[in-house]
Write a protein that binds this ligand. Sequence first.
Ligand code: AKB
Length: 326
Amino acid sequence: MKNRSVFVTGAGGELGSALLSHLVKAGAKVVALDVNEKYVCPLAGVRTVHGDLCNQNLLQSLFDEHKFDMVFHFAALLSSAAEKNPFLSQKVNVDGTGFLLELAYNAGKERKSPTRFLFPSSIAVYGSADKARLRSPLTEDECLQPETLYGIQKLFTEQVGAYLTRRCSGEYLDFRSLRYPGLISIDTLPTGGTSDYAAEMIHHANDGKAYGCFVSSNSKLPFMTMPDAIAALTSLAEADADKLTRSVYNVRGFSVSAAELREEVLKHFPKAQISFEPVEWRDNVVASWPDDIDDSLAQKDWGWSACHSLETAFTDYFLPGLRKAA
Ligand code: AKB
């Protein structure tokens, strides 16, 4: 990362804010874009820019000025937000992302070395009319019939990124993507996603607030802690290109049902009040996603392995971090 010129979109969001300090420590020169006017990156040396991903003039001028050779593209509407705002999500998740890929490709062409483009994809790319198939861990190429618009948009971007990389034989663009499970951070709460219930359950328990979980108790998804998510992303970003056998990799930490998560929360917060108040459309979104994914290719190709299981996520990450913040 040292001396890389890095562009981070959605920098004020969960992944962006967790990644920025890693980039700065690694010696990268960073421009942090966020649509929220109140966002200011607190790290010295990072240039904060306010703006919309769909503002092509702004993006073009930033590329002209900074000659980015690495992009972390986090700006997006997540699954629940996209279901509520389908046309806005198309503008941001598809049109905005498409233009960013074009800029990254052209920057690499001009420089004659590839722009490395890191894209967080999602378990939302999965889906199948045969729901039984979603109940066992899925490899990267199985059951790719997403039912949500967000899943369709993620799968489309994965495929466009891989296509553009193939088209130039990796000379201008080096697109790399992780399929993330639900992410849980102690520092931030997610907004607009559907796996958000896991983080919400833990944060409400810690704050002593009652929580009505919006999915059924038997809803099961893979999850990952934020430190593991950042470790996976930075390892993939730094992996030698000749180790990678594909553009898109699954990563996961642990798989857990909402009822099992509640049990685990109650072990550590015995007074927590957690009830199940499923909201049908959000429950259906989770039911259209797999219970778990198989990340053995990431392990084999670039040595990925998650630190946190469900238990150690609580004992080594959530509890110490939440106590420290209190
Ligand atoms: C969401 O719930 O939309 C995201 C995701 C699983 O990609 N957290």
